[in-house]
Write a protein that binds this ligand. Structure first.
Ligand code: PLP
Length: 402
């Protein structure tokens, strides 16, 4: 019998973060010790979900009704807490709030409710691959705008404006960014606001890493900069509250009501069609946002030490340069090498066991080569990993083939 043919749209789905695992698993099966610097999941390292959030979920489950479906937009106590959090971040013109299965589902629904086939969405490149996967599913064009490595990986509003045409529906902003770990200045955000208002496009502000900042920096939500900006801000418990497996995220819609009303109605149709996010897990949202954040200070201090160690070790390796990350837990060093970054990464994994992800998996300016690593592992693992990267890189630069 003929093999069952998958949809052609599936050919457009790439997820490099998981793809490198195939090479890693093959190395592991040969008995190689692996050093995982590829996983954006703090709970795979020495970071755990705060106890008061675990308690809130257990308590939620004790009431039988809480194990049934919740309202499609989420439970009221959670939505109220998200509204308070929006207010603390200066987002006062909130039109709607909806709780989803991770920020991922909020992003999916928001794009699905906005775009028709043939439209295009401006996406940060390098960026998080979920956006290209969803857009491929919708037959919507992923139109990259390149982040400027020489300018701390900031977006360039003038360059972005040149990409806009009459089918452009939205611009995605990931701040702090995955994979570069950069945080955008208020001035950069103001330029994007101006540009979005001039061209009547929606801003999708992915702020899932907004709590994970280093060097005492403060985060500015782009939605707080203009009451008139049509914007959806995405966040959740996955990163800042160290609970990615709970799959709790949300979207905050803000902007001018008259212009956003039909779009908000469309979003709610999709929310109802998929019933709801996990009900008991939603009981962690209010204690997370309104509760104590001591755990966060400890996590950030640990991250900053590991960031500093990584940047120092990298600066000693020939043919690698790096922009110091100030947010999230990613770094995106540039490789000044002959050959492709994907081959470099596969060679690295096979010969040293150090698992990182090739830059081409996140999109990058043509002609440049990078890799992404996470600085979540403990200092000992990072030290060993960078020593191995150093040895590998020197051999690569000397022309050795892997
Ligand atoms: N947005 C960005 C930029 C991410 O890096 C991730 C996960 O790595 C997500 C969204 C997904 O978040 P969630 O776990 O809430 O679905």
């Amino acid at each position: 019998m003929e093999p069952i043919q998958p949809a052609t749209r599936s050919h457009e789905i790439f997820y490099a973060v998981r793809d490198v695992l195939l090479v890693a698993n093959e190395a592991k099966s040969r008995g190689m010790k692996l050093y995982y610097l590829n996983i954006g999941d703090p709970n795979q390292y020495d970071f755990d979900t705060p106890q008061h959030l675990k308690d809130a979920v257990s308590k939620g489950m004790e009431t039988w009704a809480h194990n049934g479906y919740s309202p499609s937009s989420g439970i009221e106590t959670a939505r109220d807490a998200i509204r308070r959090e929006a207010h603390r971040k200066g987002i006062d013109n909130v039109l709607d709030i909806f709780v989803t299965s991770g920020a991922s589902e909020a992003i999916d629904i928001s794009l699905t409710a906005l775009c028709n086939p043939g439209d295009n969405v401006l996406c940060p490149t390098p960026g998080y691959p979920l956006y290209s996967a969803i857009l491929a599913k919708l037959n919507v064009e992923y139109r990259p705008y390149y982040l400027v490595e020489e300018n701390n990986w900031a977006p360039d509003a003038n360059e972005i404006a040149k990409l806009i045409d009459d089918r452009t529906r939205a611009i995605v902003l990931i701040n702090p960014n995955n994979p570069t770990g950069s945080l955008y200045s208020r001035q950069t955000l103001e330029r994007i606001v101006e540009m979005a208002l001039d061209h009547n496009i929606v801003v999708f502000a992915d702020e899932i890493y907004d709590k994970l900042l280093m060097d005492g920096l403060q985060h500015t939500s782009i939605a707080s900069l203009s009451q008139n900006l049509p914007c959806i801000t995405f966040n959740g418990l996955s990163k800042g509250y160290i609970a990615p497996g709970w799959r709790i995220g949300w979207g905050i819609v803000s902007g001018p009501e008259a212009r956003m009303k039909d779009y908000v109605d469309a979003i709610n149709k999709f929310l109802r069609a998929r019933l709801c996010a996990s009900h008991p897990m939603q009981f962690a949202i209010a204690p997370a946002l309104d509760g104590q954040h001591d755990f966060l200070e400890a996590a950030k201090a640990k991250l900053q030490r590991r960031r500093d160690l990584s940047v120092k070790k990298l600066s000693e390796i020939p043919g690698i340069t790096v922009v110091k990350p100030t947010g999230a837990f990613y770094s995106f060093p540039q490789l000044h090498i002959e050959g492709e970054d994907e081959d470099w990464v596969k060679g690295l994994i096979r010969t040293t066991g150090v698992v990182v992800v090739h830059g081409s998996g996140f999109g990058q300016k043509p002609g440049t080569k990078h890799f992404r690593f996470v600085f979540l592992p403990d200092e000992e693992t990072l030290n060993t990993a960078f020593t191995l990267i150093d040895q590998f890189q020197r051999q690569w630069l000397a022309g050795k083939k892997f």
